[in-house]
Design a protein around this ligand. Sequence first.
Ligand code: KG4
Ligand code: ZN
Length: 356
Amino acid sequence: MADYLTIAKQKFDALKNKKDVIILAVESSCDETAVSIVKNGREVLSNVVASQIEIHKRFGGVVPEVASRNHILAISSCFKQALMEANLKKEDLDAIAVTYGAGLMGALLVGVNFAKTVAYALSLPLIAVSHVHGHISANYISHMELLPPFACLMVSGGHTAILQVDDYCKIKVIGSTQDDSVGECFDKVARVLGLSYPGGPNIDKLAKNGKNIIKFNYHAPFKDSFNFSFSGLKTAVVNYVHNKEQKGEEIEKADVACSFQELVTDELVEKTKNYCLKNNVKKLVIAGGVGANSVLREKLTLFCNKEKIDIYLPILKYCTDNAAMIGSMAYYYAKNGIGLADLTLTAKPNVDINVG
Ligand code: KG4
Ligand code: ZN
């Protein structure tokens, strides 16, 4: 009898020409344990997400060790539930996909080891997927008509970048943050304002009550480049709040949230606009958790409508971490013959986004 690797390779190669491909995907890069089943890269048959938000709230942020332990507790039942919701048996699956990076090392390892075990037990190919590529794919499951090429603004808790996506597996970084990600910046500002984790959605909500725009001691850097920097803005807001606290003055939290959100979204929109206009972009795709931000969505939609650019925003449940986006990307990896992993696959805290 042929060994696992030979069988997996044969099955993986056969996916290129297979009419219907059903992939079970596992995602555990941060604080969501997620398992999903996706058909042909576009149809989500099940999407199970066990969120640890309530667990990490009391610490004000994700505690990596706690996240790993909770992934271990949740992953088997997520797997069973994903099969049940899709009304499928293990034998119906064509491949197992898993996020192998970027993310928290210990958290990723739980998903990687679980996926390796399932792939081996079922003699199925194992497809190692980049988390950031998965976030792009959130748009393929949100918009059936979306096809590359397009420009993409990637705004997650771990990444902030402008990407050029020429094909499903031809992705180039145009510019990226040189320090903090925009999600980190939202979370840090929320924390200093005493808002609970995850900060982004709470800033978004509170900012709606803002009445006055505060001028922070801050100037946007990298004016003539597509790179971003958010650490200066973060420090300016934190200093503003601390100064007020030291003087015993009242802090208008809604004004701080609103003023920060205006600045940070202006920065993202400005660079995206420049890239689109300079490169005659016809389609713009938004990806990542901060893509759920109402002001960012509004500003980008306004710009795209004005310039007659088609804009694609992921539906909210696919903005933040889920495994359906990983199952979608794995399908396109398989069709392009990339991503097949063997049982030595391990987790990677950082992964190069460029491919093809
Ligand atoms: O993409 P994601 O789920 O995880 C990573 O891959 O990192 O992004 C999580 C980030 C968090 O920083 C969270 O605060 C932020 O997305 N976020 C938001 C909103 N919803 C989630 N930030 C601003 N406004 C929102 N509505
Ligand atoms: Zn993510």
